[in-house]
Design a protein around this ligand. Structure first.
Ligand code: ADP
Ligand code: MG
Length: 250
């Protein structure tokens, strides 16, 4: 058995009888960056959402740091019993979405401290000083009091990253974090991801940014029709992709 931080085995999920994930196996080593690619509709978002309990898998297992968080459809009762554990696991996994999803009526700093204070019970003063440091880390020192509408898309996404980091997650999931941004703002968000990667944050990133994948990914995983079609170092996997089916990826 591998000692990967994240281990996914046989993950299966259908919507209304249509199989979207068809027996996915995935290992993510601590401190590594996995870039997940694949055509639209191949199941990338569903996979991340299962990892973060936003969707319930039909079958298969997910373990994070050796703790089982997967469950089966026929395990309704098991799932109830596991609710507390699921809540703990969800806290251990940070997720960043394409559409930032900040709280619009809260300042940048309030967005970042909300969960540590409300969920973890961290003292507000402590959460705020940590929140300021996280905003500085994503290049937003001085914008603590700005509301989302006063920030560019790239800045909002960086607040969303700081907000996820504030929970001190073991694993960060990014679902097309730059796809909703003006091209001019993509670079500043990718730079934050690069910085996290250099700092040893374990990440799974769905992205179409090839140059980023080539530079930062330890492993590129290709999902097709809910199955892992290929997986390996970016040099191997991305070169093959360019030959085979580059147009469908972007
Ligand atoms: P990707 O992120 O790779 O584009 P998704 O995981 O979003 O793919 O979707 C995979 C398939 O599952 C698509 O056909 C999509 O329409 C379907 N799907 C995703 N979420 C739901 C849902 N909540 N209900 C029904 N179908 C869904
Ligand atoms: Mg998607």
């Amino acid at each position: 058995m591998s000692d990967a931080l994240l281990q996914v085995r046989g993950l299966t999920k259908a919507f209304a009888g249509t199989t979207v994930l068809d027996g996915v196996d995935l290992d993510v080593e601590a401190g590594s960056v996995t870039v997940l690619v694949g055509p639209s509709g191949s199941g990338k978002s569903t996979l991340l959402r299962c990892l973060n309990h936003l969707e319930t898998p039909d079958a298969g297992t997910i373990t994070v740091d050796g703790e089982l968080i997967g469950y089966r459809r026929d395990g309704e009762r098991l799932r109830e019993l596991a609710q507390r554990r699921i809540a703990a696991q969800r806290r251990a996994i940070g997720m960043v979405f394409q559409q930032f999803q900040l709280f619009g009526h809260m300042t940048a700093l309030a967005n970042v401290v909300e969960a540590p204070v409300g969920v973890l019970g961290v003292a507000r003063s402590e959460a705020e000083s940590r929140g300021r440091a996280l905003l500085a880390r994503v290049g937003l020192a001085g914008r603590e009091d700005a509301y989302p509408r006063q920030l560019s898309g790239g800045q909002q996404q960086r607040v969303a990253i700081a907000r996820a980091l504030a929970m001190d997650p073991q694993l960060m999931l990014f679902d097309e974090p730059t796809s909703a941004l003006d091209p001019a703002l993509v670079g500043e968000v990718l730079e934050v991801l690069r910085d996290l990667a250099r700092g040893g944050t374990t990440m799974v990133v769905v992205t179409h940014e090839r140059a980023f994948a080539r530079e930062v990914a330890d492993t590129v995983v290709v999902l097709e029709h809910g199955r892992i079609a290929r997986s390996g170092p970016p040099s191997e996997v991305l070169d093959q992709l360019s030959e085979r089916r580059a147009p469908s990826l972007d």
